[in-house]
Write a protein that binds this ligand. Structure first.
Ligand code: FES
Length: 166
């Protein structure tokens, strides 16, 4: 594993090594290994991709190709709580852009980069399939907020701050 990392990163690489041993270090394991690596590290940096390329003996261009092909994979760090704002038509016409603006104001972020404390990142996504509840926001994989108004945003964020919840 790269020896330039802090202890916590080294532990993550050690865990990844264990997963690779269990999954098998072959080309066929690539997607599973990338999936696990993203779960451990939060995102797939170029360095991490190089590491996986070495360990599985798969060209790094192929690893990069898979990472960029699947929406699920990301090379950008994400917050602990990912906030997805639907920017589909129904949500957009009902004010999704104002929700986005309020979220970014509250969090002090601009693009998809995480907040300085690493707690949140904000992502515009396509239709979440709940247009009758527009505008909708999904926090993490499960917490769904429909018919959202900008003045409710601060209270929602507060739920995820400080209490170790979720
Ligand atoms: S457009 Fe937002 S849920 Fe469909």
């Amino acid at each position: 594993m790269p020896n330039t990392h802090c202890e916590q990163h080294q532990q993550l690489y050690a865990e990844l090594d264990k997963i690779i041993e269990e999954t098998g270090s072959s080309k066929g394991s690539l997607i599973n290994v990338l999936h696990s690596a993203q779960g451990l590290f939060g995102h797939l940096s170029r360095e991490l991709q190089e590491y996986i390329s070495d360990r599985l003996d798969v060209p790094s261009s192929q690893v990069y190709g898979v990472v960029t092909f699947y929406n699920f994979f990301t090379m950008i760090p994400r917050g602990k709580h990912q906030i997805k704002i639907c920017m589909g038509t129904a949500c957009y016409v009902r004010g999704a852009d104002r929700i986005m603006e309020r979220l970014r104001d509250e969090l002090g972020t601009e693009g998809e980069e995480p907040t300085i404390d690493g707690l949140f990142s904000v992502h515009g996504v396509r239709c979440l399939g709940a247009c009758s509840m527009a505008p909708v926001v999904l926090v993490g994989e499960r917490d769904f907020y429909g018919r959202l108004k900008p003045d409710k945003v601060a209270a929602i964020l507060e739920k995820y701050r400080g209490d170790g919840n979720g």
